[in-house]
Design a binder for this molecule. Structure first.
Ligand SMILES: NC(=O)c1ccc[n+]([C@@H]2O[C@H](COP(=O)([O-])OP(=O)(O)OC[C@H]3O[C@@H](n4cnc5c(N)ncnc54)[C@H](OP(=O)(O)O)[C@@H]3O)[C@@H](O)[C@H]2O)c1
Length: 334
């Protein structure tokens, strides 16, 4: 396969530390350029990582005719605006999560999504541990799936961090609650019908720092989650069925090239004696993600807006969770 020519918008930490090294290591990717609001920053990043071209504005990078695909790891409020600009320039876009601040905002990309491939960058979907968990659910190894429970937390109260700025889409629900919503949608392979949330906001910064929610998927299927930006780092996904249980120990921040472990309890003994621990093949989820997107671009199949459809479905659930915070009650997912 001829490598896809990529450009990266900004010197975001996630790009520099995780995604760009995988792009550079992949034979399916030719990383041509990086842009920053500041040319010296772009040049420093390009020099450090060995990227051919540095641009001093996002617009300059988007004007480069050699670039076919864009990786957009900008702060959340710039995901849709820059995705739209990139699509208008004819570029495919892999955009960081959360794709949009609302479903309405996501839908503004609809017309573009039939001309270029657009996808929300949920790397976890590409990790073997998520794929194995879904396979176990699909093949009935835990009986009928009933409940997905997600916990995801870290501690960051730095007011300068994008996660702690309400005006640009900060807070726990956008940053990590989106993974909990995704876990339920991915494992049940369905959409929630209604949700209720309980939100604690940082009094000074205004962002949600502790958010819990219930998602009713109908048919006796429920997701419950707690996410926090001001708690000790911890993460787990549990999937409980009528006859078994699956546990993912590091569901979101799988170590680079690490072998993740998944527990399958088919016995239900309270002392854990019925638990089998599977070690999954070594994998790098960011590499798998950019390679899957590159293959889609090269496959030549016309964009079908399914990537956007998935991002809109995610955003609808998050919209409903915010509405529930305001009303204090259950909210239908529209
Ligand atoms: N999938 C994952 O595993 C994962 C992990 C972490 C983060 N993320 C997502 O990736 C995105 C970036 O997160 P990050 O932690 O890498 O962010 P970050 O280090 O703060 O980088 C954001 C970049 O955006 C640019 N920018 C443009 N306008 C800005 C503004 N008003 N304020 C701050 N920066 C601005 C800056 O680059 P220039 O100065 O170079 O223009 C900045 O370096 C977020 O959407 C986040 O949700 C995803």
């Amino acid at each position: 396969m001829k490598p896809v020519v990529w450009g990266v918008l900004s010197t975001a930490k996630i790009g520099i530390e995780k995604v760009i090294p995988e792009m550079l290591a992949s034979p399916l990717v030719e990383l041509r350029a990086i842009a920053s609001r500041s040319l010296p920053s772009a040049q420093a990043a390009a020099g450090q990582l060995g990227i051919q071209q540095a641009y001093g504005s996002y617009e300059d990078l988007l004007a480069d005719p050699a670039i076919e695909a864009i990786y957009n790891p900008l702060p959340n409020h710039l995901h849709v605006p820059l995705t739209l600009q990139a699509a208008a320039a004819g570029k495919h876009v892999l955009c960081e999560k959360p794709f949009a601040l609302s479903a309405d905002e996501a839908l503004t990309v609809q017309a573009a999504a039939t001309r270029v491939h657009i996808e929300e960058a949920f790397m976890v979907r590409h990790h073997p541990q998520w794929q194995r968990a879904r396979e176990l659910v699909r093949t009935g190894r835990i009986g009928t799936p009933r409940a997905v429970q997600v916990f995801f937390s870290y501690f960051n109260d730095d007011g300068a961090n994008i996660r702690n700025q309400a005006a640009i889409g900060g807070g726990a629900l956008y940053d990590i609650g989106c993974y909990a919503v995704l876990a339920g949608r991915y494992l049940f392979e369905a959409e929630p019908l209604r949700v209720v949330s309980l939100v604690d906001r940082d009094p000074a910064m205004g962002v949600d720092r502790l958010t819990s929610a219930l998602l009713d998927f109908g048919g006796g299927r429920q997701v419950s989650f707690t996410v926090s930006t001001q708690s000790v780092p911890f993460q787990r996904v549990q999937v409980v069925g009528t006859t078994g249980r699956i546990e993912l120990f590091i569901p979101f921040n799988a170590a680079r090239g690490g072998q993740m472990r998944l527990a399958l309890d088919e016995g239900g003994a309270l002392d854990g004696s019925g638990v089998t621990v599977e070690t999954l093949p070594a994998a790098e989820q960011y590499r798998l993600e950019v390679e899957a997107f590159s293959r889609r671009v090269r496959a030549g199949t016309p964009p079908d807006a399914s990537g956007l459809g998935d991002a809109v479905a995610q955003a609808r659930v998050i919209d409903a969770l915010w509405q529930s915070e305001r009303s204090g009650g259950w909210k239908s997912v529209e």
